[in-house]
Structure formats: structure tokens, C-alpha cells
Design a protein around this ligand. Structure first.
Ligand SMILES: [Zn+2]
Length: 152
């Protein structure tokens, strides 16, 4: 169930992308740092609380959509682990305040996220294992050849 937000409006109304290879030691407000190399984005919470928000960019976490010099992140960013518990969307560089979730919804979302992540890891591992099976490594080819040579 959604409840109305009771926190003050977002301090930041806009955010702009800054493509970096690595994150700087300290973030500047209003900048969405995007590391395509490490598939991660990071910014300071748009409510102004100063917390660093790191958003991994992968199929089960966040997707980034680029539109010229504008970016959108989906899904929304819910800072449940921070005191502010702010919840907003980044859409075309605009910070759009979203409704605050109640604790029960937050727990449900966190459970779903963990489940999605586990499935994603399982799928990735399975794909890696399958690839390995089809493409034997050099060492396993040598092993096989030795086994045949020794007739065992
Ligand atoms: Zn905040």
C-alpha cells in the first residue's frame, strides 16, 4: 500500500549525467555519475541529505536510458536504508518525487529485489557453466588427450 510522502519536497529538481570511468572520492550534488565500464551509477540523494546512492546498472537493478544529454533511470530510487527514506524517479534529468512506501511495502520490495538478484546470479552462472561445457578449456583438452593416450 502506498502512503503519502511526509518528507519535505526534494531539494534537487534536476540532475545531470557525468560520464566517468571511476567515481570521484566525493560526489557533487546534482550530478549523476555514470561509469559504463563498471556498470554503475552514483549520486547524492536528491532530498539533500548528503547520502551517497549507488545504483548498479544491470537487468535486475537499474536501467539507464539516454536521450541526448538527458538520462532516465528506472525503476525509481528508494532510499529505504537511509534516514530520509526518500523515493524518487530520475526522468530526463528531472527529479520526480515518488510516494513514500510504508515499512511493509519496503520489506516486500527488498524481498523481491533479493529474489530477483539470486535468480539473476543463478542464470548468469548457468550460462557461464554452459559456455564452459561447449568450449572446453585448453587444460581440459590436454587432460582429455592424456587420458586417451594412456587409455584410461
Ligand atoms: Zn535523502
Amino acid at each position: 500500500m502506498l502512503v503519502e510522502s511526509d518528507c519535505p519536497p526534494m531539494k534537487l529538481k534536476t540532475i545531470r549525467p557525468n560520464y566517468v570511468s571511476q567515481f570521484p572520492a566525493s560526489f557533487e550534488e546534482g550530478i549523476l555519475y555514470i561509469s559504463e565500464e563498471f556498470e554503475t551509477a552514483g549520486h547524492l540523494c536528491c532530498c539533500g541529505c548528503g547520502e551517497k546512492v549507488i545504483t548498479p546498472l544491470n537487468p535486475v537493478k537499474w536501467q539507464i536510458r539516454k536521450d541526448g544529454d538527458k538520462v532516465s533511470l528506472s525503476p525509481s530510487i528508494g532510499n529505504w536504508n537511509y534516514a530520509c527514506q526518500s523515493h524518487y524517479w530520475i526522468s530526463q534529468n528531472q527529479v520526480v518525487e515518488a510516494k513514500k512506501f510504508d515499512p511493509k511495502t519496503i520489506r516486500a520490495v527488498q524481498r523481491r529485489d533479493r529474489r530477483d538478484m539470486t535468480r539473476y546470479i543463478e542464470r548468469t552462472n548457468a550460462a557461464a557453466a554452459a559456455a564452459k561445457k561447449h568450449k572446453p578449456s585448453f587444460a581440459s583438452k590436454v587432460n582429455e588427450w592424456l587420458r586417451r593416450l594412456l587409455g584410461s
